[in-house]
Every structure is written in structure tokens, then in C-alpha cells.
Design a protein around this ligand. Structure first.
Ligand SMILES: NC(=O)c1ccc[n+]([C@@H]2O[C@H](COP(=O)([O-])OP(=O)(O)OC[C@H]3O[C@@H](n4cnc5c(N)ncnc54)[C@H](O)[C@@H]3O)[C@@H](O)[C@H]2O)c1
Length: 378
């Protein structure tokens, strides 16, 4: 067994998603040594610290502790820029929940800062590392569906925030740089970019349904007050052209009820039904030339349950082994530029050529053994 030192890690932001992160990062991903958690609301960090047997800390204590190497930023998105920047300036590697920031310019600034300081900055989503999308990647790379030609993203999820119980929750849904295209569309864009590589240009339209509306839930302290979607569209249609020629249509809305979502990749020899890329496992189906029916594909890779934090664990191996992390910083920046580009295109009545590009991240090897790299290293 090689001498392997887990990466000392702290989590900033102890809201809803911190529970599954801590379950995985404390109990499953032993490459991470989670030592502390913090939150603006001390009761939240106290509760998570007690639940997972780690130290309750303040942001300042985390940033000034030289033994902490990695910060996992699970704050809500309007805090991402500030928390990530402070952590990078304090010399920490960062894995942040999506999006990296609320504007592309701020995300680029963070990306440049990390490079300048020789630090890793990776971002969610990490669901593309799960069993379903890694199996899909292998199927695509094997040539089974032939040359990929086109893809389709149809995403509908109800975000009628005026019916929610808490005023401050999910503020990302109605601020600049937010909205469903960034909040959930990023899973679809990341999945496609991780399989197909860079997008060359995008175009689109967006609109905001009911930009001002009252809070409707009597249990919400803000009941009756007006909330505004500040420059934040909730309805989008767009098109993406990948560098490899694949064309993708995109329809995304957060203002309807039901309607479902679909996510497809079409090749010259067959079609892949990718289902919901917000999950690590789940159905993956294929219809091949000559066959008139879809068949379910067995998932050939590990991580088919909620493995949030896997990207941070992979980053920890990258830090120790001096390799590129799979949640490539370039990919996070690039997908964010793409979704911002759809909005920009509509506003400026033009096609937007992306200024960033990314390689495809290294795939996982097939097989159900978790942490192939851990087995190698430990
Ligand atoms: N909730 C989900 O289902 C889900 C799923 C995947 C990803 N995410 C992402 O995870 C992130 C967090 O989501 P959530 O649902 O847990 O949000 P949340 O609002 O429940 O929790 C965010 C927490 O961050 C804290 N916080 C904000 N700014 C801070 C700061 N400067 N310093 C310390 N703490 C600060 C808040 O007090 C809050 O407790 C978001 O980026 C979201 O997009 C959420």
C-alpha cells in the first residue's frame, strides 16, 4: 500500500445540498479528510458539524487554517464568486457548486486567478461522472451510434417561486446569471460537452414570464409582497453548434407544470436516450439502425446512486497525482459561456461565437469498482 495522504477539506455552506455532500465526502470518499464546516447561519453549520462529527468553523477560521488544502463551496450561487475568490486568495484549491459565478466575466476572473496562483478550481455538476453518462460516453466512443449528428435538450421544471415557503430560498432562480438554464440546463450542457467536446457557437431567444409577481404562500414571511425576476429569463429556445459539427436544439422553461424533459443524442447509426442528467444513474436506452425498438442498456460503470461530491473526490486525486481533474475548469467556464451566450444572442440579435474551449475530460474505466484510482494509489 502506498503512502497516501487524504486532502484536508472544509465545506462552506451548510444548506440543503450539504447533507448528501457530507454523507459522501465524510463517509465514502476517503481521499477527502473533511475537517470542518461553516455557514453564515451558525445554527446550520452547528447542525451539520454535529451530524457528521466535524468541527463547526467560521469562514475566516477555514481560510486562515494553513492545513486546509481544499474548500468545497456549497453556498447559494450569488455567494459563489465571493467565497471562491477568498478561498483562492487564501491559497486553497476550490470545488464549487454550479455556477462558478453569476456572470461569465466573474467566472473568467476566478478561472484566471486559480491559474495564476497554481491552484485547482473545479465546478459542479459532477453527474456526468456517474454510471449512466459514463456508459453513454463509452457507447458513443465505441462508435455504436455512428457519427454523432444532432442532439436535443427539452427541459421543463416548475420554478413558481412565489409559491415557496421561504423568501430567501433559491434566490438564484430570479437574479442575473441565474434561472433554470444555468441552474438545471448546466447538467445537460455539461453532459453534452463532456461527450462531444467544445461548442463553437450558439444562438437563441429568451423571455421572462411575469417578471413581477407576489409571494403566494401564506406560510412565507414575504406573503403578499412582490418579488421580481431581475433580468432573469425563465423561458428559452436556442441552438448550439459543436466544433465537431453536432447541432443541438434547446427548449427550456421553468414556468409550466409537468411536461417532462427529454435528452437525446442522434448518430448516423442510432439514437441514445440519455434521460435526466441531473442523476448519476437511471435509464439509458438505445435504438439502432434496422431495429424498430428502444432497448435498455446495462450501465457499465460505477456510481449509479446520488454521488454528489464525486467531482471533489476526483479533484483530490488530481491534486495528489498532479493530473487534470475530470471536472475540468475549462469545461465549467465553457458551458457557462454557452448558456450566457443563448441569452446574449437574443438580446443582441446575433449568433454568439464562444471565446472559450475545452478538451473532453478523461473518462472513467468501465467496471463497477468504485475509485479505480484509489485502488491504484492506496
Ligand atoms: N438543492 C439542490 O437540490 C441542489 C442540487 C444540486 C446543486 N445545488 C447547488 O448547491 C448550492 C447550494 O444549494 P442549496 O440548495 O444547498 O442552497 P441553500 O440555500 O439551501 O444553502 C446555501 C447555504 O449557503 C449559506 N451561505 C450563503 N452565503 C454564504 C457565505 N458567504 N458564507 C457562508 N455560508 C454562506 C447559506 O446561509 C445557506 O445555508 C447551489 O449552488 C445550488 O445550485 C443544489
Amino acid at each position: 500500500m502506498k503512502d497516501f495522504k487524504p486532502v484536508r477539506t472544509a465545506v462552506i455552506g451548510c444548506g440543503m445540498i450539504s447533507k448528501i455532500y457530507l454523507e459522501n465526502c465524510v463517509r465514502q470518499f476517503h481521499v477527502l479528510d473533511v475537517v470542518g464546516v461553516s455557514d453564515l447561519v451558525p445554527e446550520r453549520s452547528a447542525a451539520r458539524a454535529a451530524e457528521f462529527g466535524v468541527r463547526q468553523m467560521t469562514n475566516e477560521e477555514i481560510l486562515s487554517d494553513p492545513s486546509i488544502e481544499l474548500v468545497i463551496n456549497l453556498t447559494y450561487p450569488v455567494s459563489h464568486y465571493q467565497v471562491t475568490k477568498a478561498a483562492l486568495l487564501a491559497g486553497k484549491h476550490v470545488h464549487t457548486e454550479k455556477m462558478m459565478a453569476t456572470t461569465f466575466e466573474q467566472a473568467k476572473e476566478l478561472y484566471d486567478l486559480a491559474k495564476q496562483k497554481g491552484l485547482y478550481l473545479t465546478a459542479a455538476p459532477d453527474t456526468f461522472l456517474g454510471a449512466r453518462l459514463q456508459t453513454a460516453r463509452q457507447v458513443l466512443d465505441s462508435g455504436l451510434i455512428g457519427k454523432p449528428l444532432a442532439a436535443n435538450i427539452a427541459l421543463s421544471r416548475c420554478y413558481r417561486h412565489n409559491e415557496w415557503k421561504k423568501e430567501e430560498e433559491k434566490r438564484f432562480a430570479f437574479c442575473p446569471g441565474g434561472g433554470i438554464l444555468n441552474d438545471v440546463g448546466c447538467y445537460y450542457l455539461t453532459a453534452l460537452v463532456s461527450m462531444l467536446g467544445s461548442i463553437e457557437r450558439v444562438c437563441g431567444f429568451s423571455s421572462t414570464w411575469e417578471p413581477a409577481r407576489p409571494f403566494l404562500n401564506p406560510e412565507n414571511p414575504a406573503y403578499g409582497k412582490m418579488m421580481t425576476y431581475e433580468d432573469c429569463p425563465n423561458n428559452y429556445a436556442g441552438a448550439l453548434q459543436f466544433e465537431n459539427g453536432v447541432l443541438c436544439g434547446l427548449t427550456v422553461t421553468s414556468e409550466t407544470y409537468g411536461g417532462g424533459s427529454s435528452f437525446m443524442l442522434y448518430g448516423t447509426q442510432g439514437t441514445l436516450w440519455l434521460d435526466d442528467p441531473n442523476n448519476f444513474g437511471g435509464p439509458l436506452e438505445i435504438e439502432l439502425k434496422g431495429s424498430r425498438e428502444k432497448i435498455a442498456l446495462p450501465l457499465t460503470h460505477a456510481y449509479d446512486t446520488n454521488s454528489r461530491g464525486l467531482g471533489a473526490a476526483d479533484l483530490a486525486y488530481a491534486i495528489r497525482n498532479g493530473r487534470a481533474p475530470r471536472c475540468l475548469p475549462e469545461m465549467a467556464l465553457h458551458t457557462f459561456e454557452a448558456s450566457c451566450g443563448v441569452v446574449k444572442s437574443g438580446m443582441e440579435n446575433t449568433t454568439v461565437r464562444l471565446t472559450t474551449r475545452t478538451e473532453r475530460p478523461a473518462p472513467f474505466e468501465p467496471g463497477h469498482t468504485e475509485y479505480p484510482e484509489a485502488v491504484m494509489d492506496l
